[in-house]
Design a protein around this ligand. Structure first.
Ligand code: MTE
Length: 326
């Protein structure tokens, strides 16, 4: 990806994938000629600012009670710096370059915020962000994050278990998948004023993947609420999958029967799949997935099967052909 603000620790896209491969990805976006169509303005309505006081710290502050959660890291998995995590981003709603989200997300207002939960469940509704996260304990989860573009980070998230949220809405047996939708707010998200992607950004998981204890909804990192560029106020984190599954700024969660049409699969299904499991043995058609560049480091390192979470998730995919179902 092109980088507007190049820092010492930044890597240029051509260091990760070939420049032509990268340009191809951008061309793909430019060439689709998508029409943004009926962009709905913000659906974040109703909740008062004061409702957030119970969970959200004052601006610039940290979350009060964050329990130590799961962290399974290798000896060479030091957390990536806060600066790198929050200035080297993919969030096309704010632009295509890695520096765009940090540069432009300050106009984005993540609070108040509501999330609509609907589809095949017994207790659908529109829920205030605060109520969504309040009953559950906030946990720190330090996870590796591997982008499909072959760079990676280690991020100390603050979040809640996705399963604990799902259970509150009582999904029905017919719900086989869960679908997530990002907000559409072109007045604050300048990238949404062009048809770079078909907005809203959509992602999905199979229900058993969503219920896996590793899946979380993140609301912060390094103890602080998420900044706009990281997907404020709430985003998905599924550490054994490529980063594009981590849909940001979620406003809608739906329980559905059919596999959701996730954005990158819709953009180019031969390159980006629904499962998107990190797999060093299945190359991207235009570059190898065998190794990766950790942001802040210079040497490449081997990519681990399921990003190092094989023990926790391999059972989910028993009997599946992971080369075909990438
Ligand atoms: N979510 C939305 N709504 N829009 C995006 O463009 N980019 C995805 C994912 N979630 C994206 C998104 C991609 S490609 C990656 S690699 C991760 O966010 C990057 O997360 P980070 O910027 O916090 O590292």
């Amino acid at each position: 990806m092109l980088i507007r603000h190049r820092k010492r620790s930044d890597i240029a896209s051509h260091e990760i994938t070939s420049e032509s491969a990268y340009l191809n990805r951008r061309e793909l976006i430019k060439g689709t000629g998508l029409i943004a169509g009926s962009l709905a303005l913000s659906s974040a309505i109703g909740a008062s600012r004061s409702a957030y006081a119970a969970v959200m710290p004052a601006p610039g502050g940290k979350f009060a009670d964050v329990a130590k959660g799961y962290a399974k890291l290798g000896g060479n998995d030091a957390p990536t710096s806060f600066e790198d995590i929050t200035t080297y981003n993919n969030f096309y709603e704010f632009g295509l370059d890695k520096g765009d989200p940090a540069e432009h997300a300050h106009n984005f207002k993540p609070l108040p915020w509501t999330v609509k939960v609907d589809g095949l469940c017994n207790k659908p509704g529109t829920i205030d962000f605060n109520d969504l996260i309040k009953p559950a304990a906030l946990e720190e989860r330090i996870y590796r994050m591997r982008c499909v573009e072959a760079w990676s980070m280690v991020i100390p998230w603050v979040g809640i278990s996705l399963a604990s949220v799902i259970n509150r809405f009582e999904p029905q047996g017919s719900a086989k998948f869960i679908r997530f939708e990002t907000i559409v707010r072109p007045t604050e998200m300048r990238g949404q004023r062009s048809a770079n992607l078909p907005w809203p950004y959509i992602e999905g998981l199979r229900m058993d993947e969503a219920m896996n204890p590793l899946s979380i909804l993140a609301v912060g990192l390094y103890g602080q609420p998420l900044l706009g560029q990281s997907g404020a106020p709430i985003r998905l984190v599924v550490p054994w999958k490529y980063g594009f599954k981590g849909v940001k700024s979620i406003v809608r969660i739906s329980f559905v029967e059919e596999q959701p049409q996730n954005t990158w699969k819709v953009m180019n299904g031969s390159e980006y799949g629904f499962y998107a499991n990190v797999n060093p043995k299945v190359d991207h058609p235009r570059w190898s997935q065998a190794s990766e560049r950790r942001i802040g480091e210079f040497r490449r390192r081997p990519t681990l099967m399921f990003n190092g979470y094989e023990e926790e998730v391999a059972d989910l995919y028993k009997g599946m052909n992971l080369s075909r179902l990438y």
